[in-house]
Design a protein around this ligand. Structure first.
Ligand code: 5GP
Ligand code: ZN
Length: 115
Protein backbone atom coordinates (compact mmCIF):
# COMPACT_ATOMS: atom_id res chain seq x y z
CA UNK A 1 0.00 0.00 0.00
CA UNK A 2 1.47 3.40 -0.87
CA UNK A 3 -1.02 5.59 1.01
CA UNK A 4 -3.75 4.95 3.57
CA UNK A 5 -6.62 7.46 3.22
CA UNK A 6 -7.30 7.31 6.97
CA UNK A 7 -3.69 7.80 8.04
CA UNK A 8 -2.80 11.20 9.47
CA UNK A 9 0.81 11.05 8.27
CA UNK A 10 -0.28 10.04 4.74
CA UNK A 11 -2.51 13.14 4.84
CA UNK A 12 0.52 15.23 5.82
CA UNK A 13 2.51 13.70 2.93
CA UNK A 14 -0.35 14.57 0.56
CA UNK A 15 -0.53 18.14 1.92
CA UNK A 16 -4.09 17.62 3.15
CA UNK A 17 -2.94 18.40 6.71
CA UNK A 18 -0.41 21.24 7.05
CA UNK A 19 2.97 20.65 8.68
CA UNK A 20 6.15 22.57 9.34
CA UNK A 21 8.56 20.81 7.02
CA UNK A 22 12.28 20.42 7.68
CA UNK A 23 13.17 18.23 4.68
CA UNK A 24 11.51 16.55 1.73
CA UNK A 25 12.79 14.26 -1.00
CA UNK A 26 11.32 11.56 -3.22
CA UNK A 27 11.06 8.99 -0.42
CA UNK A 28 11.14 10.83 2.90
CA UNK A 29 9.41 13.72 4.61
CA UNK A 30 10.60 15.41 7.80
CA UNK A 31 8.41 17.78 9.79
CA UNK A 32 8.28 19.25 13.27
CA UNK A 33 6.20 17.37 15.86
CA UNK A 34 3.02 19.25 16.76
CA UNK A 35 3.58 18.55 20.48
CA UNK A 36 7.35 18.76 20.90
CA UNK A 37 9.11 17.04 23.82
CA UNK A 38 12.32 18.96 23.22
CA UNK A 39 13.34 22.37 21.78
CA UNK A 40 13.74 20.63 18.40
CA UNK A 41 11.52 17.59 17.79
CA UNK A 42 11.41 16.21 14.27
CA UNK A 43 9.51 13.29 12.80
CA UNK A 44 11.22 11.54 9.89
CA UNK A 45 8.79 9.41 7.90
CA UNK A 46 8.79 7.38 4.71
CA UNK A 47 6.31 8.89 2.23
CA UNK A 48 5.02 5.38 1.50
CA UNK A 49 2.57 4.09 4.09
CA UNK A 50 4.27 1.51 6.30
CA UNK A 51 2.33 0.78 9.48
CA UNK A 52 5.07 -0.24 11.91
CA UNK A 53 8.69 -1.32 12.02
CA UNK A 54 7.36 -4.91 12.08
CA UNK A 55 6.33 -4.30 8.47
CA UNK A 56 9.86 -3.48 7.36
CA UNK A 57 12.49 -5.98 6.29
CA UNK A 58 15.93 -6.21 4.70
CA UNK A 59 14.62 -4.60 1.50
CA UNK A 60 13.85 -1.44 3.48
CA UNK A 61 17.40 -1.16 4.83
CA UNK A 62 18.41 1.62 2.39
CA UNK A 63 15.36 3.70 3.35
CA UNK A 64 15.89 3.09 7.08
CA UNK A 65 19.55 3.96 6.65
CA UNK A 66 18.66 7.21 4.91
CA UNK A 67 16.22 8.10 7.70
CA UNK A 68 18.96 7.52 10.26
CA UNK A 69 21.56 9.45 8.27
CA UNK A 70 19.23 12.46 7.98
CA UNK A 71 18.93 12.82 11.74
CA UNK A 72 22.41 14.22 12.53
CA UNK A 73 22.47 16.31 9.34
CA UNK A 74 19.15 18.02 10.12
CA UNK A 75 19.96 18.46 13.80
CA UNK A 76 23.21 20.18 12.87
CA UNK A 77 21.36 22.36 10.33
CA UNK A 78 18.91 23.37 13.05
CA UNK A 79 21.70 24.28 15.46
CA UNK A 80 21.47 21.21 17.66
CA UNK A 81 25.13 20.39 18.27
CA UNK A 82 25.11 19.09 21.87
CA UNK A 83 23.22 15.84 21.40
CA UNK A 84 19.88 14.35 20.46
CA UNK A 85 17.75 11.23 20.88
CA UNK A 86 16.27 8.96 18.22
CA UNK A 87 13.14 7.00 19.17
CA UNK A 88 10.99 4.73 17.02
CA UNK A 89 7.93 3.63 18.98
CA UNK A 90 6.62 0.34 17.60
CA UNK A 91 3.32 -1.42 18.28
CA UNK A 92 1.08 -1.29 21.36
CA UNK A 93 3.76 -2.13 23.93
CA UNK A 94 6.05 0.37 22.19
CA UNK A 95 3.33 3.02 22.73
CA UNK A 96 3.07 3.78 19.01
CA UNK A 97 0.12 6.15 18.56
CA UNK A 98 0.30 7.01 14.86
CA UNK A 99 0.25 3.88 12.71
CA UNK A 100 2.74 5.06 10.06
CA UNK A 101 6.43 4.45 10.70
CA UNK A 102 8.12 7.53 12.11
CA UNK A 103 11.44 8.31 13.71
CA UNK A 104 11.38 10.89 16.50
CA UNK A 105 14.55 12.98 16.59
CA UNK A 106 14.68 15.19 19.67
CA UNK A 107 17.38 17.61 20.70
CA UNK A 108 18.28 21.02 22.00
CA UNK A 109 19.20 22.36 25.40
CA UNK A 110 17.61 20.79 28.47
CA UNK A 111 15.29 20.85 30.33
CA UNK A 112 12.87 19.18 27.92
CA UNK A 113 9.10 18.97 28.31
CA UNK A 114 9.36 15.15 28.31
CA UNK A 115 11.91 12.43 27.57
P1 5GP B 1 4.01 8.07 18.49
O1 5GP B 1 3.45 8.14 19.89
O2 5GP B 1 3.09 7.36 17.54
O3 5GP B 1 5.42 7.53 18.46
O4 5GP B 1 4.18 9.56 18.04
C1 5GP B 1 3.29 10.24 17.23
C2 5GP B 1 3.72 11.68 17.23
O5 5GP B 1 3.03 12.35 16.20
C3 5GP B 1 3.41 12.43 18.55
O6 5GP B 1 4.61 12.95 19.10
C4 5GP B 1 2.45 13.54 18.11
O7 5GP B 1 2.66 14.76 18.79
C5 5GP B 1 2.73 13.66 16.62
N1 5GP B 1 1.59 14.09 15.83
C6 5GP B 1 0.35 13.56 15.85
N2 5GP B 1 -0.46 14.21 14.98
C7 5GP B 1 0.30 15.16 14.39
C8 5GP B 1 0.02 16.15 13.39
O8 5GP B 1 -1.09 16.28 12.86
N3 5GP B 1 1.06 16.96 13.02
C9 5GP B 1 2.30 16.84 13.57
N4 5GP B 1 3.23 17.68 13.15
N5 5GP B 1 2.60 15.91 14.52
C10 5GP B 1 1.61 15.09 14.92
ZN1 ZN C 1 0.33 6.51 6.39
Amino acid sequence: MSADPNCIFCKIVAGRIPSRKAHEDDDLLVFHDIAPWAPVHLLIIPKRHITTMYDTNEADAPMLGRMTALAPALMRELGVTNGFRIVVNTGPDGMQEVQHVHMHVMGGPRPWAKG
